[in-house]
Design a protein around this ligand. Structure first.
Ligand code: MRU
Length: 355
């Protein structure tokens, strides 16, 4: 089975009673693994983008609950419960758009409630919450491998594939979703070339996607976001594959800002536009994409980068971190249960029916 890490580099790892995460703000220049032993610390790591990407945020949140339970495990049952309630609140407030965060917190909350109802000791609860966080992480890798296999079948040999942002191993526990599809196709022997959108303003494409693919020796060409239309018009892109932070019940897809622009261009040029995600990214409680909460981040991310500012002082700035692509622009949703062509309400609901 192929290694789900990026040439041995892991997104998250459990070491010495702490959850360590590769600091994605420093990549590709430096590899550093800060460790966290409290929910507040993990929440801050999510908010400040030490860790980012929908499934990776879910795994981090699960570990945030586990480390807090360990931290509080000397307390009385009542104080423990109060501290845990606060931990859920703090983690839920870290970032609003990726539903995987809330999915993971719900999963941890359900387990905590069950263990409390069973009368388990605080120490046992902490140990079992940690096991659950490990399980969330291991399952994410297994799911991404399935997504990769289903998606790889959609990419022809020789495909030139454009991707936006980073939906790779770094955005998950390993293997990746959109990049997982590309990795699986490449591992199956297909000749694949990737165009990585730089992805302004946070540069996840330039810094993270390009780095992952260079490490893996998968041919990649970095472009700025405004070059995609030009390449498509010249017939140099055969498919688009992206990840997502939340899919609404009707199939509308929220993903990194700029994804909508790419989807419109792909439709104009009759290029398939694929969205790869685990079922935990689909939010049946949200009826359509207009209701997905879109994070607005600090204006400093648009004003400049890495300490260099290029915008004039006093200029007004907007920084929505995500946009919504309507379902009718999506050629297929690639999940661990298979690829859903032209995803709509009924097909999405069917994904949640028992096998
Ligand atoms: O702001 P980010 O870097 O967390 O945004 C990440 C994305 O938009 C990804 O495409 C999405 O989370 C899917 S990750 C498999």
């Amino acid at each position: 089975m192929p290694d789900p890490s990026i040439a041995g580099v892991e997104t998250l790892r459990w070491r010495d009673g702490r959850i360590e995460m590769i600091d994605q703000r420093l990549l590709p220049g430096r590899i550093d693994y800060p460790g966290y032993d409290s929910a507040a610390g993990v929440a801050e790591a999510i908010r400040s983008m030490v860790i980012r990407g929908a499934p990776a945020i879910g795994c981090a949140a699960a570990y945030g609950i586990a480390v807090e339970a360990i931290r509080l495990s000397k307390m009385s049952g009542q104080d423990f419960q109060k501290g845990m309630d606060l931990a859920f609140e703090v983690l839920a407030a870290s970032r609003p758009t990726a539903v995987n965060l809330f999915w993971a917190l719900d999963r941890m909350r359900r387990l905590l409630d069950k263990l409390r109802a069973e009368g388990k000791s605080v120490r046992d609860i902490a140990a079992l919450l940690l096991e659950e966080a490990h399980a969330v992480t291991a399952q994410d890798i297994a799911i991404n491998r399935k997504i990769g296999e289903f998606g790889a079948a959609l990419l022809p040999d020789g495909a030139r594939v454009l991707t936006h942002c980073n939906a790779g191993a770094l955005a998950t526990a390993g293997h990746g979703t959109a990049l997982g599809v590309i990795r699986s196709a490449f591992a199956a022997g297909k000749s694949i070339r990737v165009y990585a959108d730089e992805t302004r303003p946070f540069l996840q494409g330039a810094r993270l996607t390009a780095w992952e693919l260079v490490q893996e020796k998968i041919p990649v060409t970095l472009i700025t976001d405004n070059m995609a239309g030009h390449l498509m018009r010249r017939g140099e892109v055969d498919a688009v594959v992206v990840g997502t932070d939340r899919v609404a019940a009707n199939g509308d897809v929220a993903n990194k800002i700029g994804t909508y622009m790419v989807a419109v261009l792909a439709r104009r040029h009759r290029i398939p536009f694929y969205v790869a995600c685990p079922l935990s990214t689909i939010d049946l409680n949200i009826d359509d994409g207009g209701r997905i909460p879109i994070e607005e981040r600090s204006d400093s991310e648009v004003r400049g980068f890495g300490g260099v500012e290029w915008a004039p002082a006093g200029v007004q700035i907007r920084n929505p971190a995500f946009d919504v692509t309507p379902a009718d622009l999506v050629t297929a949703l690639i999940t661990e249960k298979g690829a859903v062509m032209s995803p709509g309400r009924a097909a999405i609901a069917a994904l949640f029916e028992p096998d």
